[in-house]
Design a protein around this ligand. Structure first.
Ligand code: F3S
Length: 404
């Protein structure tokens, strides 16, 4: 059963969820209006998903930060909530990407900048760090095995569950915010070991594995099941891309890789359906994604790039001289990683911009561009729907070769 499916009992009347006396007092408003509202939402979620109760979390990661996706209604909701009594986070809480680089202009309007600043300030007033990244684990918040979290960005959720062995459901922006205010989350789904078992095995027989393409393919096939990969050797950066793509074309919130991920040995895969993936299957997906018109922009960094990935791009561009005749280039990362990589940033910025706090999907890319080229499986899935782009897939070396 999928960890986020509503159980039949919940459809016909909710079972009560266990609450401590203190939780009941919070719900009754003893600690202020904001914790009462937060508790109300968590209790409702707990009932829907048949949670045993609430469990403490180590950290929250909150989406719903870009003014592009939140609009005026979202801005109003967050601003109003931030002013209520008791609207302070109880655990370390970080923000997902906003709709623009908070420190430099790129392609957003003045009005957009103004509203975006208001929105992040409202989050900041509640004590949430303005990390504005989908890779909190690269900027000092790296959970350990067994820790409970309330994270909401799908690729971050996948990485935390699969690569780090921490436990989080794929929260919505509001539920992650409310969990941050209470410091707890409903105990159901991927917080339970029994719901983390593999449901389908993929034997990877391909010689050339692009994690973005593999993730795109598998996510499309299985939607929200938990896959277990055999014969797959990937770096941490590649696991980040694999998980992001599976979470975008499906809603895969967790996967295992034999010999690599921390819980892969905890479960037997005997008797589970097994599928094979070969070079032909990978090639078919690549072919489908790589055809398209001439790109007017190259976007790299979905999920946000690590220091190592920035170095690889800088190294590749080292011998090139910019002519300014190719598509524009935007490279997305977190502010902390950018600050740690001054040499790489300097080299890349001879050809384009290294942008922080945002990404190609949640910024208003569509105001300036129509055809985006990317090496990200997740961006291939989201850019057409969320940024009105025609998308062309290419691997990183091919993308960098397009730069002139
Ligand atoms: Fe991150 Fe934006 Fe991609 S939030 S995973 S860079 S769509």
């Amino acid at each position: 059963m999928s960890p986020v499916q509503v159980r039949p009992a919940a459809l016909f009347g909710f079972d009560p969820m266990y609450m401590t006396k203190e939780e009941e007092r919070i719900l009754e408003g003893e600690h202020g209006e904001a914790p009462a509202k937060a508790m109300e939402l968590l209790v409702a979620l707990g009932k829907i998903y048949d949670a045993d109760g609430l469990i403490p979390i180590e950290s929250a990661q909150i989406s719903g930060v870009s003014y592009k996706t939140m609009g005026d209604a979202g801005l109003e909701f967050v601003s109003d909530f931030s002013k209520k009594k008791g609207a302070e986070v109880k655990v370390r809480s970080m923000l997902n990407p906003a709709g623009m680089d908070l420190e430099r202009e790129s392609y957003e309007s003045e009005d957009f900048r103004k509203k975006q600043i208001q929105l992040v300030n409202a989050y900041s007033d509640m004590g949430i760090e303005l990390s504005c990244t989908c890779t909190p684990y690269l900027v000092g918040n790296r959970p350990t095995k067994g820790e409970h979290l309330a994270w909401s960005e799908s690729s971050a959720v996948s990485f935390a569950n699969s690569v780090l062995g921490a436990r989080t459901n794929r929260e919505g922006g509001p539920s992650a915010l409310m969990s941050a205010i209470i410091g707890k989350t409903p105990d159901y789904g991927l917080h339970k070991k029994k719901n983390r078992r593999p449901e389908i095995v993929y034997d990877v027989q391909a010689e050339e594995v692009s994690p973005s393409i593999l993730g795109y393919l598998v996510g499309n096939e299985i939607r929200d099941e938990i896959p277990y990969f055999l014969n797959l050797t990937l770096s941490e950066e590649e696991l980040k891309s694999l998980g992001a793509a599976m979470a975008a074309t499906g809603s895969v919130a967790m996967y295992h890789v034999e010999g690599i991920t921390p819980e892969a040995d905890d479960f037997s895969i005997e008797g589970i359906e097994k599928r094979e993936i070969d070079d032909k299957a990978m090639e078919e997906v690549k072919e489908e994604l790589k055809n398209g018109p001439e790109p007017d922009v190259i976007v790299i960094g979905c999920p946000h790039l690590s220091k190592k990935e920035l170095e690889r791009i800088a190294k590749n561009l080292k011998t090139k001289e910019p002519k300014g005749t190719g598509p524009d280039l935007f490279v997305f990362t977190s502010r902390k990683v950018k600050d740690r990589s001054p040499e790489s940033v300097k080299k890349i910025e001879k050809f384009g911009k290294v942008i922080t706090d945002t990404c190609m999907v949640v910024s208003p890319l569509e105001d300036e561009y129509e055809v985006a080229a990317t090496d990200s499986g997740k961006a291939c899935a989201y850019l057409p729907k969320l940024a009105d782009q025609k998308v062309v897939y290419a691997d990183l070396d091919t993308l960098l070769g397009m730069i002139r």
